[in-house]
Design a protein around this ligand. Structure first.
Ligand SMILES: [Zn+2]
Length: 128
């Protein structure tokens, strides 16, 4: 059983908790708005010469949560397209575990879908 942080929205859809994305700004233990460019999924997707603002459109309402010394990356877009699926494949081939989960949505449950990405370097960090 995880830490209980159940929230029910106006629509009566349960969420795993409030949303720490930059737009919502909720305080979540271990949570941080946005993704870094120099590590994690964006470093793999965009390479070393990336400029701020170049992130893919599906990386919307992004945040990450540190759990047991492991960064779990989240994005909650309203739509997923060809670019997103190509990126998921690229991340999977790089050793990331990508999960698409409507029930984990925090930003706008029922409208946004939660993309959870746990990376290979996170797995390294969790070993110690
Ligand atoms: Zn949000």
């Amino acid at each position: 059983m995880g830490v209980g942080l159940e929230v029910t929205t106006q629509d009566g859809i349960e969420t795993p908790g409030p949303c720490p994305c930059s737009g919502c700004g909720a305080s979540v233990p271990g949570g941080e708005a946005g993704w870094p460019l120099e590590s994690g999924p964006l470093a793999v997707l965009l390479g070393p010469d990336v400029q701020p603002g170049e992130q893919p459109s599906w990386v919307d309402h992004s945040y990450r949560i540190l759990r047991a010394s492991v960064w779990n990356y989240y994005a909650e877009p309203y739509d997923l397209g060809e670019r997103a699926f190509r990126d998921f494949l690229k991340l999977a081939r790089a050793g990331f575990h990508v999960t698409v989960s409507p029930s984990q949505a925090r930003h706008f449950p029922g409208r946004t879908v939660c993309i959870e990405i746990v990376g290979p370097e996170s797995a390294e960090a969790s070993r110690g």
